[in-house]
Design a protein around this ligand. Structure first.
Ligand code: RP5
Length: 182
C-alpha cells in the first residue's frame, strides 16, 4: 500500500532498519494534528541522542498501515513504541495487540472533551494487552520519551548515566523560592 512517497509494509520497515542507523523508538500518531503534541516526545529523545522515527499511523483511517507497522516493528529493530492519539484513541491499544514490544500511549488533547476521551480510550485496556498510559498532552509526550529512555537504559549503562544526570540537572534547576514576574 502506498501513502505519499513511502510504501508502508513490514518489509519496508525491516529494510529501513537494516540499512539505516538504529532507531530504537518509534513515535506513531493518528494524525498530522497530533504532531504538535508528539514532537515533544521526539525533542526529549533528541536530548538523549536516542534514535527515533515519527510516523502517522491511524487505527481508523489507515488500518492496514497500522497492521503492517505493528507486525513489522520488532523485526525492524524498534525496542519501544510511543503512540499518541486523540478522541476515540484506539491506536495505542491496537498497536499493543499486534506486537509484544512495550507501548506507551499518549492521550492527545481533543477539542471536544479536552483529552479526557483520549485518556479513557487509551487507559482502559482489558487485562492481557498492556498500554502504559501517560498524561494528556505535552507532559505525557515528554514522559513517554523519558520512560522509553529508562527502558533502553536498562541495557545501556551510558544512557543510564545520561538519565541520572538529566534528572540531577532538573533538580538543580528548581529554585528554592518563587519570584514575581511574568
Ligand atoms: C485521531 O483523531 C488522531 O489521533 C487525532 O488526535 C484525532 C483528530 O484527527 P484530525 O481530524 O485532526 O486529523 O485519529
Amino acid at each position: 500500500m502506498r501513502s505519499g512517497r513511502r510504501t508502508y509494509t513490514s518489509a519496508f520497515f525491516l529494510r529501513e532498519a537494516l540499512m539505516g542507523t538504529p532507531r530504537p523508538v518509534a513515535i506513531i500518531m493518528g494524525s498530522q494534528s497530533d504532531w504538535a503534541t508528539m514532537r515533544h516526545a521526539a525533542a526529549t529523545l533528541d536530548e538523549f541522542g536516542i534514535g527515533h522515527e515519527a510516523l502517522i499511523v491511524s487505527a481508523h483511517r489507515t488500518p492496514e498501515r497500522l497492521f503492517a507497522f505493528a507486525k513489522g516493528a520488532k523485526a525492524a529493530g524498534f525496542k519501544v513504541i510511543i503512540a499518541g492519539a486523540g478522541g476515540a484513541a484506539h491506536l495505542p491499544g491496537m498497536t499493543a495487540a499486534l506486537t509484544s514490544l512495550p507501548v506507551f500511549g499518549v492521550p492527545v488533547e481533543s477539542k471536544a472533551l479536552s483529552g479526557e476521551d483520549s485518556l479513557l480510550s487509551i487507559v482502559q485496556m482489558p487485562a492481557g494487552i498492556p498500554v502504559g498510559t501517560l498524561a494528556i498532552g505535552r507532559a505525557g509526550a515528554v514522559n513517554a520519551a523519558l520512560l522509553a529512555a529508562a527502558v533502553l537504559a536498562l541495557s545501556d549503562p551510558p544512557l543510564a548515566a545520561q538519565l541520572e544526570a538529566w534528572r540531577a540537572r532538573q533538580s538543580e534547576g528548581v529554585a528554592e523560592r518563587p519570584v514575581d514576574g511574568p
